[in-house]
Write a protein that binds this ligand. Structure first.
Ligand code: UP5
Ligand code: MG
Length: 214
């Protein structure tokens, strides 16, 4: 544990982590959550893919290699991208905080490793809770192979998908387990239609007293 102070105070921002295996529907459900709960959606994977193709980035090739191999990019890169995206949002909408409202960030696909969770909560902002999309591998594999026909993503192929699944089970599930021990996880079955999953998410939020935005 470091003793550094988080960059953002819980008075100005709320952070919710959205975790789940590759293809569990994190991005898809984020769209619903942004619309109804006023979240600002930050996908760690999207930020990394943006950095990968950013002209002049020193990390482009490194990110591409890690993503294709289904490995987790060194956290300093990901945390800096997330933290800067949060700061940019607050700078763009200063009135949110001035008016006594909090910015609500939905952080999709992060933290993927226990040390990332600790580092983020110590240096950026503690999380309120984690929404976990629980989905069997066969279902996720079917979705990803289908998406791979058109997505152009470097990791939507059978071999990368297999590696992503292994990394998720071995390295990322322990994050969910640790937050669950702290009673900070809303776990939802992510099979069925997009609408069915979203109804379960709304139920889970309601039980925890998480309200839609007015
Ligand atoms: N779909 C969704 N829901 C459906 C439903 N209920 N029924 C039928 N179809 C459904 O969905 C995937 C596909 O399924 C889509 O075609 C969708 O229409 C359909 P999506 O919502 O995109 O699922 P999601 O969980 O977001 O899947 P994604 O592939 O984005 O998950 P990953 O966790 O693999 O990807 P991410 O972008 O987060 O990370 C990619 C890589 O980046 C990682 O493997 C890693 O190498 C790197 N990374 C890091 O190193 N660190 C980080 O912190 C984050 C990423
Ligand atoms: Mg995604």
């Amino acid at each position: 544990m470091s003793s550094s102070k988080p960059r953002f105070s819980p008075e100005e921002v709320t952070v919710v982590f959205l975790l789940g295996g590759p293809g569990s529907g994190k991005g898809t459900q984020s769209t619903n959550l942004v619309r109804d709960y006023g979240f600002v959606h930050l996908s760690a994977g999207d930020l990394l893919r943006g950095e990968q193709i950013r002209e002049g980035s020193e990390y482009g090739q490194l990110i591409k290699t890690y993503i294709t191999e289904g490995k987790i990019v060194p956290m300093e890169i990901t945390v800096a991208l997330l933290s800067n995206a949060m700061a940019e949002h607050l700078a763009k909408y200063p009135d949110t905080v001035k008016n006594g409202k909090k910015a609500r960030f939905l952080i999709d696909g992060f933290p993927r490793k226990l040390d990332q969770a600790v580092f983020f909560e110590d240096t950026v902002c503690p999380s309120q809770f984690t929404l976990f999309l629980d989905c069997p591998e066969e279902v996720m594999e079917g979705r990803l192979l289908k998406r791979g026909e058109t997505s152009g993503r470097d990791d939507d192929n059978a071999e990368s998908i297999r590696k992503r699944f292994r990394t998720f089970v071995e390295t990322s599930m322990p994050v969910v387990d640790e937050f669950a021990k702290q009673d900070k996880v809303i776990s939802v079955s992510a099979t069925g239609t997009v609408e069915e999953v979203y109804i379960r998410i709304q139920d889970g939020f309601e039980k925890r007293g998480v309200k839609p935005s007015a």
